[in-house]
Design a protein around this ligand. Structure first.
Ligand code: MRU
Length: 343
């Protein structure tokens, strides 16, 4: 299996996703600030992987903190990690989980607190892989045999602790013996589809074809695509889904052409505190990602640019939300509330 992120004695080791597919290199984050910088600079990315990184960052931070000012240092590391990327709710979910555990342990000796937090971060990592496999089991039966699955961005092993959410559903369908192949949108401007999804599916010998984002409508209309499966960064209580920019266009074109559009995401991606998707914070990224392609300027100097990293797909375009606890269907306000509380 692809090793996206690992806890080691030397620090938190991550595959550098800014270098793939040209180079398979690993970086070691030796303190929590380096973990925060790795999330901000997208060495690691994808909602669940960001959550695992934050959990490991806090464990690392606590292990190195000054015992005389531990409470203040934990506050500081939580706020530094929380300021890295705004949209993926898994980041805040993981910080909250680690902080609550710390607060329940703070009277114990430092060595014990450290050991418990490291164990918890490793548990978040192990649980994520198990959750993805469960999601795969729920999602695989929905994938039509003998057809192509379209996906957008990278919701794979690289975006999680392993196996993936959307790509986990695809992997599970292949493992169940279905004869499928994948069309991967390249995902401008950061090219997660071209660089990461294609790389990891090739790694697993799952047939994959790369298309540019503006070709998706053409293939959705052609009858070739059996279903769309994507991941999510945050899902509001009514089933509106924030995911990588361009997802909304794919969802609308899928509905127009009667192609089922599935979202695969763990329950930790649900944000039931938000009534609908209009409240989801959307990250705005730098102009250079749009005006330059691998360092080469492709627009006139000084061009005005917008670069939202995510968009919100209204619930009416979502055929089903595949979680580790089952598949939610409309009306989502009820089905997600049930899944969110179910153990
Ligand atoms: O900006 P990114 O690469 O972090 O965005 C990733 C996505 O939008 C994924 O689809 C989402 O996080 C789900 S990953 C299982």
């Amino acid at each position: 299996m692809i090793r996206t992120i690992e806890w080691t004695d030397a620090g938190v080791v991550m595959i550098d996703q800014t270098k793939l597919p040209a180079e398979e290199t690993y970086v070691t984050c030796r303190d929590y600030r380096e973990v925060a910088e790795a999330i901000r600079s997208m060495i690691i990315r994808g909602a669940p992987a960001i959550g695992v990184s934050a959990a490991m960052g806090i464990a690392l931070g606590v292990s190195q903190a000054d015992t005389a000012s531990l409470d203040a240092e934990v506050e500081e590391m939580c706020s530094v990690l929380a300021a890295t990327r705004p949209t993926a709710v898994n980041l805040f979910w993981a910080i909250d989980r680690m902080k609550k555990l710390y607060l329940s342990l703070r009277e114990l000796p430092h060595a014990e607190i450290t050991a418990r937090l490291i164990a918890e971060a490793q548990l978040v990592h192990a649980e994520d892989i198990a959750i993805n496999r469960a999601m795969g089991q729920h999602g695989a039966p929905l994938v039509p045999d003998g057809k192509t699955v379209l996906t957008h961005c990278n919701a794979g092993a690289l975006a999680t602790a392993g196996y993936g959410t959307a790509l986990g559903v695809i992997r599970a369908a292949v493992e169940a013996g279905k004869n499928i192949d994948v069309y991967a949108d390249e995902t401008r401007p950061f090219l997660q589809g071209a660089r990461l999804t294609v790389w990891e599916l090739q790694h697993d010998n799952i047939p994959v074809t790369l298309i540019t984002d503006n070709m998706a409508g053409h293939y959705l209309r052609s009858g070739k695509i059996g279903c769309v499966v994507v991941g999510a960064d945050r899902i509001a209580a009514n089933g509106d889904v924030a995911n990588k920019i361009g997802t909304y266009s794919v969802a609308v074109l899928a509905k127009e052409n009667n192609v089922p559009f599935y979202v695969a995401a763990p329950v930790s991606t649900l944000d039931l505190t938000l009534a609908d998707g209009s409240m989801i914070p959307i990250e705005e990224r730098g102009a250079n990602e749009v005006t330059r392609v691998f360092g080469v300027q492709v627009a006139p100097e000084g061009t005005a640019v917008r670069n939202p990293g995510f968009d919100v797909t209204p619930n009416r375009y979502v055929t089903g939300i595949i979680t580790e606890r089952g598949v939610a269907r409309a009306p989502y306000t009820e089905s997600l509330r049930e899944l969110g509380v179910k153990k």
